[in-house]
Design a protein around this ligand. Structure first.
Ligand code: ZN
Length: 387
C-alpha cells in the first residue's frame, strides 16, 4: 500500500541515520555496497529497472551483502506528470518488481518515486492494482537531500560535497540520507560520479560524531506498515461477492446476507497467492469432495496456493494446484476448482478494501473488448469446421 504522505526518517532517534542510494546499479554500486558492509552498515539501494536488467550480477552481490534492494521505477519518470500524460505508472513498478522480487526475502518491496515527486493520484493509481499494491511500502522520501549529483555536475570537490552532507546531517540530527550510486537522466554525468569516494569520506566522520546506522525496515512506521496484510474482496462477473459460509465453503453472496466477504491475500511468489479468513485459516482445495474450495487449512502447502492470471483492471482468473480454474457452481453457488479450461473459469474482480473500482470503461473500449471476444469465438468455430 502507498501512502499519500511519503515516509521520512523524522521519527528516528537522535543521531540515527538510514542510508539510501538511488538510480543504480552502476559501475560503483558494488564497491559502495562492499565498503558499507565492511563498516557494518546495511543500506537500501533503490534501483532503476533499465539499469538493473543490465547489471543483475551486481544486484545479486549487493543483496548477498545484506543490503535492501528497493524499487525506483523502470525508466525513472516524474510519476505525477507521467500519469497525467497517460503514462503507465503501474507498469513502471511491475517491470522493476520482476527484477528485484527475489532479493526481498520478507516479500516487502520498498518504493521510492523519482525526484521524490508524488501525488494523491499516483498513490491511488498504484493502490488500485492488486499487484502494484500488495507488499509494497512507499513512497520512501528522505530528510537529508541528494545533492551529490548536482555537485558533481558543478565540478565541486569531494571534500566540499562531504562537508555539505556532514553539515546537513548535523543540522537535522537524524533521518534518511540519499546519495546516488548511479545518475539517471544525465548520462554525460555518470563517469563523473564520485559518490563512492564521498561515502568513504563521510562514514568514518559520522561514526566519530556518534551516529548510528539503521536499516530502512527498522524505522517504526515503515516496519509496521510492511507487516500489514492486504484485505480484499472477490467479486464475480455478475457483481456478487464471494463469502465465507458457516460450513467453511465459499459461496456467492445471497441477498441481504451478512456473511464475511473479506479475505487476506498473500504473495507466495512464482505468481501464486494464498487467501485466508479472519481466523487465520487458508482457502484450500484439500482432498476429494469434488474439489470444493474450503476455508479450512492451517498452513499453506501446494493445495492452498492459487495462480493469479491477471486480465484488465483488477480482474483475475484463479487456477488451483490441481490445474483447474476456480468456478462457481450454478445451483449451489459454491466455489470449486473444477474448470478444466480457462474459458470455464470465473473472472473475479479482486479489489483491496476501501478502494473504488476503476471507473467504467469507455464505449470504445467496451466495443473493442466485444470485438476481441467475437474474434475468439469465430476462430474456434473455424477450427471445428476445418477438423
Ligand atoms: Zn532517482
Amino acid at each position: 500500500m502507498y501512502r499519500e504522505e511519503p515516509y521520512t526518517g523524522k521519527e528516528l532517534p537522535y543521531k540515527s541515520l538510514c542510508l539510501t542510494y538511488d538510480d543504480g546499479p552502476g559501475k560503483d554500486t558494488y564497491e559502495i555496497a562492499r565498503f558499507l558492509f565492511d563498516e557494518n552498515i546495511q543500506a537500501t539501494f533503490f534501483v532503476v529497472g533499465k539499469y538493473a536488467i543490465e547489471n543483475e550480477e551486481t544486484l545479486e552481490k549487493v543483496a548477498r551483502l545484506g543490503h535492501i534492494i528497493g524499487n525506483h521505477t523502470y525508466e525513472h519518470p516524474d510519476m505525477p506528470y507521467y500519469l497525467s500524460r497517460n503514462g503507465d505508472i503501474q507498469n513502471q513498478v511491475l517491470r522493476t518488481d520482476a527484477l528485484i522480487k527475489k532479493y526481498n526475502k520478507k516479500n516487502t518491496i520498498y518504493f521510492r518515486s523519482p525526484y521524490g515527486k508524488w501525488s494523491k493520484e499516483v498513490a491511488n493509481n498504484l493502490n488500485l492494482n492488486l499487484l502494484t499494491n500488495i507488499d509494497h511500502v512507499g513512497p520512501i522520501n528522505w530528510d537529508i537531500a541528494g545533492i551529490d549529483c548536482f555537485y558533481w555536475k558543478k565540478d565541486v570537490s569531494i571534500e566540499k560535497t562531504a562537508e555539505k552532507y556532514l553539515n546537513d546531517i548535523e543540522e537535522k540530527g537524524r533521518g534518511i540520507v540519499v546519495m546516488h550510486d548511479e545518475i539517471a537522466d544525465m548520462n554525460f554525468l555518470q563517469p563523473k560520479n564520485k559518490t563512492l569516494e564521498l561515502t568513504r569520506q563521510i562514514i568514518p566522520k559520522l561514526k566519530a560524531k556518534g551516529y548510528k546506522f539503521v536499516r530502512l525496515d527498522e524505522i517504526q512506521s515503515i516496519k509496521e506498515d510492511a507487516a500489514k496484510k492486504l484485505t480484499v474482496t472477490l467479486k464475480t462477473t455478475f457483481g456478487k461477492y464471494l463469502c465465507i459460509a458457516g460450513d467453511s465453503t465459499i459461496k456467492v453472496e445471497q441477498k441481504n446476507s451478512n456473511l464475511n466477504r473479506e479475505f487476506y491475500i498473500e504473495d507466495m511468489l512464482t505468481g501464486c497467492f494464498a487467501l485466508s479468513g479472519a481466523d487465520g485459516r487458508f482457502l484450500s482445495i484439500g482432498a476429494g469432495e469434488g474439489n470444493v474450495v474450503k476455508l479450512n487449512a492451517k498452513q499453506v502447502t501446494s493445495t492452498e496456493k492459487f495462480d493469479l492470471v491477471p486480465l484488465r483492471s483488477n480482474k483475475f482468473l484463479l487456477r488451483a494446484d490441481n490445474g483447474h480454474f476456480l468456478q462457481i457452481q450454478k445451483e449451489s453457488g459454491i466455489l470449486t476448482a473444477t474448470a478444466a479450461y480457462m474459458r470455464g473459469g470465473e473472472i473475479f474482480t479482486i479489489l483491496p478494501i476501501g478502494l473504488k473500482e476503476r471507473e467504467k470503461f469507455s464505449l470504445k473500449e467496451e466495443i473493442k473488448s466485444l470485438q476481441r471476444q467475437l474474434l475468439y469465438v469465430k476462430s474456434k468455430v473455424k477450427e471445428r469446421i476445418s477438423r
